[in-house]
Each structure stands twice: as C-alpha cells, then as structure tokens.
Write a protein that binds this ligand. Structure first.
Ligand SMILES: Cc1cc2nc3c(=O)[nH]c(=O)nc-3n(C[C@H](O)[C@H](O)[C@H](O)COP(=O)(O)O)c2cc1C
Length: 281
C-alpha cells in the first residue's frame, strides 16, 4: 500500500525569492521522514489587504475584503502541518506576516480546522542575537491560530542562502526539526522557556514572580539544579489558550456589537469633538 502524502503548507513572509526562509523550508521537507508534498505560500505573491476593523467576519465568518486571504487560509486548513517562516525586520516579523495575522478575527470561525495542527516557526535574521521579538511574535501567532507548536527556531544568515551555505551543522538542526513534526512528541522547551507556549520572554514582577510576554500567564522562576526553571500556571481569563477560551472570547467580541449599538449616539457626540483637527484624509 502506498502511504498517503502528508501536506505541508509553508507560509513564507519574505519577499526574497529564494530567500533564507525558503531554503530552510525546502531543506526541512527534504529531510522529512514521511512522504509529503509542499505547498509553498509566498505571502509576497498574494494580495492580502489590511484589516478594516469592520468586525463583520465575527458574525458571518466571511470578510468583505476581496483578496487572497481566504484562499491562503484554506490552504493552511487543508495541510497536515504548517510552517510559518518570517525574516526578522527591525527586530520583529515582516509586515507581510503582520498584515496576514491582522485579518485573523476570521480565524474564530476556522479555528476548529487548525486546532492541534503541528506547527513549526522559523525565523531568519542577519545578525546573531538581534532577532528581537520575532520568534515571540510567531509563537503568539501559532497560539492564536490554535495550532500545536512543535518547534520554533532562529537561523542566522544575512545574504540569501547564507543560512545554510557551508553550514552542515545548521542543515542538521533543520533535520532534527523535520524529525519532530509528525513524531507526536510535544515540543520540549528549554527550562527557562514558558512550559505552556514556549516563549523565552518573561517580564520580572518582583521576587521570583514572572509573566510570560506571549501567553500572558503568571508563574515563578527559580534556580533548580543549577538551571533557571519556570513554573507557569494557566489563568482562567486567557483568551486564546484553549478552544473553550477562544470561543468565549469570540462570543465576547460579538457582544461588542450590542454594546456599540447601545452607546453609538453618545459616542458619536464625543467623537465629533475631535472631528475638525484632521490633517490627513
Ligand atoms: C528591512 C530589513 C530589516 C532587517 N532587520 C534586521 C534586524 O533587526 N535584525 C537582524 O538580525 N536582521 C535583520 N535583517 C536581516 C534579515 O533578517 C536577514 O537577511 C534574513 O536572513 C532575511 O531572510 P530571508 O532571506 O528569508 O528574507 C533585516 C533585513 C531587512 C531587509
């Protein structure tokens, strides 16, 4: 019997063709231990318009903007695993990725299709140690989409190709990620990373108290056996962590329509006070 090919969708947020992110994805697929087909989605080749904040999609699941967003989302939903790849631009993800994510209120109606899907986040950056919050941004995107983070890693290379050029060690690292995607193993986070979402970015709150800057849960950090170890507890009022919390947040957002209708007239009077100071149309 011929094994069914796994569908890998890679969302590529670099305008370079091919760039470092693209060759990482292709190397990863070459090293996948299962038959597969790659669906490479170059965001730069698609028309994705910025969200207009009309909130229509919350109720209908359909965005009134006419562009390629729904097609891209369909391709992600059809995949067995998703790879999100962004270059670091000025310490954060590229604008292409953020514009895509901003359309994500539509995700509430599609979350079930994405829930639990294995996801890998790859960041490319030109300078070691200068990737800023890019990885955290990609990890929060995975969380918002309800997918299961298998790995998130930063790769360094400035010129296109340099990320793997004369770098067999880095190609091996890509191979280790590839081996994990369908292994069913949960991601094993470093002891200083949030055990819930994998972020390595914590705000110190005093004494040993910390707050994860991606999933916003609270915990403690202590030295255990010579290593910093984080203990984080899931708070009830998370808005994206579990399917139930996401649905609760969806309902809350939809309730805002009633609230808006109730205060619309009064708000209009208030906003009119600011109407004549416009300098841009
Ligand atoms: C507008 C711009 C801003 C960048 N900002 C950073 C940065 O803040 N930190 C960094 O390490 N590299 C930065 N880089 C370098 C890219 O992250 C690096 O070249 C990366 O490998 C590009 O990946 P790609 O080839 O997949 O597009 C920047 C590149 C550009 C074009």
């Amino acid at each position: 019997m011929i094994a069914e090919k796994k569908k890998i969708a890679a969302l590529l947020a670099s305008p370079r063709k091919p760039g470092n992110g693209e060759i990482l994805v292709k190397e990863l697929c070459r090293r996948l231990p299962v038959p597969h087909e790659l669906d490479l989605i170059r965001l730069s080749g698609h028309k994705i318009r910025p969200c207009r904040a009309c909130y229509q999609c919350l109720a209908t699941g359909v965005c009134p903007l006419k562009d390629d967003y729904a097609e891209v989302l369909d391709r992600l939903a059809r995949a067995d695993a998703v790879i999100i790849v962004s270059p670091c631009y000025l310490m954060g993800p590229s604008g292409l990725l953020k514009v895509f994510l901003d359309r994500g209120l539509q995700l509430f109606s599609r979350r079930r299709e994405l829930q639990g899907k294995p996801a890998v986040n790859l960041v490319t950056a030109g300078i070691a140690g200068e990737a800023g919050y890019t990885e955290a941004a990609l990890n929060s995107m995975t969380l918002i989409m309800g997918m299961r983070l298998v790995a998130s890693e930063v790769f360094i290379g400035a010129l296109p190709g340099e990320v793997l050029w004369h770098r067999p060690d880095e190609a091996e690292r890509v191979g280790r990620i590839a081996a994990r995607i369908f292994s069913g193993e949960p991601r094993s986070f470093s002891s200083w990373c949030c055990p819930l979402c994998g972020s390595d970015t914590m705000q110190l709150l005093g004494a040993d108290r910390v707050q994860c800057q991606v999933c916003r849960n609270f915990g403690t950090i202590r030295m255990e056996n010579g290593e910093p170890r984080l203990h984080i507890t899931l708070k009830d009022e998370n808005i994206f962590f579990t399917p139930e919390q996401a649905e609760h947040h969806h309902q809350w957002l939809m309730g805002m329509k009633e609230r808006f209708l109730a205060v619309r007239r009064e708000l209009g009077v208030f906003l009119a006070n600011y109407a004549d100071e416009e300098t841009d149309s």
